[in-house]
Structures are given as C-alpha cells and as structure tokens.
Ligand binder design. Structure first.
Ligand code: FA5
Length: 346
C-alpha cells in the first residue's frame, strides 16, 4: 500500500508538471484528489490493515495528498502569473505613436449665419435684445398697429394657444416690448434674433418654424436713407460687392413707407430656377419707417422721434450665401449636409 501511494505521488506530480493549461490542471486535481480518486480508494481499504500499519499508511496518504495539492497550487500560480505577463506584453503601449484625432462637432450653418449677422450689426453699434417665443397677441399684433380683426393679420397665419396667447409669428414683438421699456425716450438701436412660427406650408423656401432677426433704430431725424444705407452695408458685407440688391415697395401695418429687399439668386445667376420661383430674385427681408401709431402706442412722441425697422430671414440668407437649394435641409439634420460646414475633417 505504501508503494502504491508513492507511485501515485510520482505519477501525479509528473502529470502536473506536464500540464499546459488550467483545465488540464483541474482535471488532474479531480482525478487524484477527488472522492473517486485512487488516494481515497487506498484510504477506504485501510480497514483491512493491522492496527500498527493503519496510522502509518494514514499519515503517508495525507502527505501524498498534500504534496500533490501543493504541486498543483504552485503550478496554478505559475500559470496565472505567466498569463498576466503575456497579457501585459500584448497590451504594451507605444507612447511614441501619434494620438488619434478627436472628432470635433461644428456649429449648425444657421447658427453660423445668425452669429455673423449679429457680429455685423454689433459692429455698427446695435445691442442684442431677446423676447419670448410664446407671445401675447398684444405684442405680436396690437402694439404693431394690427388690432383684432385687421385683415393684414392674415399675412401671418398663426398658431394660437389661447385667444390672447400665440407662438410669435415674427420677431417684431421684441421691438414693441423694447420700445415700451424705453418709456418714450430714445435712442434705441437693437437687433432681436429668435425663432418664429407660422402655419405656412413647407416648401423649398418656406418652413412652419424658422428664424428671424429684427432690427430697430429710433432717434431724432432717422430717415429712409438711413435704412437704405444700413441695408446696403449689410447686404454687401454678407454677400459680397458683386451681388445685386433691390428694394420693392411693400406693405406692413407697422411701417410706413414699407419695402422688401431681394437679392439676386445665386443658384441660377438671376435667370430663374425653382429656388427663386423663376424670378431671379429671393426676398430676404421686410423693412420700413416705424409707423407713427406704433411709436405713439409705445409712448414715443412721433413729432420728435422717428425710426426704421427691418425683419430678415436667416434661413433665406444662408441659402443664398452657401447655395443651399431647400430650406428643409436646415431642419432634417442629415449629417452629410451638416458636415459640409465643418472646418475639421471627419
Ligand atoms: C415680417 O415678418 C415682418 N415682421 C418684417 C418687418 C420687420 C417688416 C420690421 C418691417 C419692419 P415677413 O412676413 O415678410 O415680414 O417676413 C420677413 C422675412 O422672414 C421674409 O423676408 C423671409 O426672409 C422670412 N420668412 C417669412 N416667412 C418664412 C417662412 N415660412 N420660412 C422661412 N422664412 C420666412
């Protein structure tokens, strides 16, 4: 029995040394030290031994069991250590490699154009004012010489929330609010950028939600020529000296006289296409001299003060500037479209 145990030890240790992975090692553990293993079997047969031999064989069996278990453990630690070393070697970092470029986002083309327009007017001494998108009927219409039932309200089909509250249809209510705050004292020189909403049918140049930038100047002796000069400077800086501009007589209840400004269509060079609806021109803003009623309603003495105002559509301006053929590109967020306005690659 003694010999059998010693043979088992030699045999098991040789197998442990030859094992090449943790699974093999575990199989050896089960085979030699498990309940059905040969050592347990030897111990079971001890009943047949004499009383003197029994403790000796028992002690030897325990020694053999421990020797095998220890060898297995040593081998396991060595294997785990080797695995860690192998992993570390595989994950070695070459610190001399150049870094991967980080993808940087870019501003939306519309944001860029709005900021460019803001910078241009701030450079001419204007301040930026803001107002609510959910607006009172009073500021959106009444304070702008558009009392309830006025037919010109139909020019801007509106989203009403209650009878007195609506989504603003233009940025002009910000001029009404600003004038009211000034309590009849000039001068006022502001631009008001923001989102506006109309029940317009979406097409290449119309969106039901779009942006506007309002401008308002009030002081003594402000004339139509000041408005014309300002719009000319704006248009030339925005589109370049070679683009043509035209002012057409128009009508807004809050300005008198009123004009609309068109820019020659970049898409067709002025010959007519679907963007300019065959006319060769694209309307970008409405403007005029502030109506005396509007000045008086806000508390300004219209004999002393006069002013001009304009309201432009940055989408249309961006379309003309970058040659974009459909206003819906701004709102469908196609990454291929947006990436074209990136200064970065990728
Ligand atoms: C107005 O909204 C006036 N409040 C502008 C104004 C301000 C006139 C101050 C006089 C004094 P109008 O409805 O024309 O006007 O709109 C102004 C500009 O917004 C248009 O020239 C156009 O560039 C843009 N716009 C109008 N409707 C849409 C639309 N559905 N989608 C995109 N842009 C539009």
């Amino acid at each position: 029995m003694q010999e059998r145990l010693q043979e088992l030890q030699v045999e098991a240790i040789a197998k442990v040394e030859a094992a090449s992975n943790l699974k093999e090692l575990n199989d050896i553990r089960v085979a030699y030290l498990g309940k059905k293993g040969p050592i347990t079997e030897v111990l079971r047969g001890m009943g047949k031994l004499s009383a003197e031999e029994r403790p000796k064989i028992g002690a030897l069996a325990n020694e053999v069991r421990e020797a095998i278990a220890q060898k297995i453990e040593e081998k396991q630690i060595a294997m785990e250590e080797a695995a860690v070393q192998e992993k570390l070697a595989a994950e070695k970092i070459d610190v001399t490699l150049p870094g991967r470029p980080i993808k940087v986002g870019n501003h939306h083309p519309l944001t860029k154009v709005i900021e460019e327009i803001e910078d241009l007017f701030i450079g001419m001494g204007y301040q930026v004012a803001e107002g609510p998108e959910v607006e009172k009927d009073y500021y959106n219409f009444e304070a702008l010489n558009l009392p309830k039932g006025h037919p010109a309200r139909d020019m801007q089909d509106s989203f009403y929330i209650t009878e007195e509250i609506l989504l603003r249809t233009h940025t002009s209510p910000v001029q009404a609010r600003t004038m009211e705050k000034h309590e009849g004292k000039g001068p006022v020189k502001i631009i008001c950028p923001g989102k506006v909403y109309r029940r317009d049918h979406d097409d290449a140049t119309h969106s039901h939600q779009f942006t506007q930038i309002e401008g308002l100047v009030i002081d003594e002796n402000i004339r139509m020529s000041d408005l014309k000069g300002t719009l000319e400077v704006f248009a030339k800086r925005m589109f370049g000296e070679d683009r043509e501009i035209r002012l057409r007589p128009s009508f807004f209840p809050f300005t008198e006289p009123s004009v609309e400004m068109d820019i020659s269509c970049k898409m067709c060079g002025g010959h007519g296409c679907n963007v300019c609806k065959g006319t060769g021109w694209i309307e970008i803003l409405g403007a005029g001299m502030v109506h005396p009623n509007v000045l008086e309603m806000a508390g300004f003495d219209s004999n002393k003060y006069s002013g001009f105002a304009f309201g432009m559509g940055p989408e249309r301006i961006a379309m003309l500037k970058y040659g974009i053929d459909d206003i819906r590109h701004f709102y469908t967020n196609d990454i291929r479209f947006l990436k074209q306005f990136s200064r970065h690659e990728g």
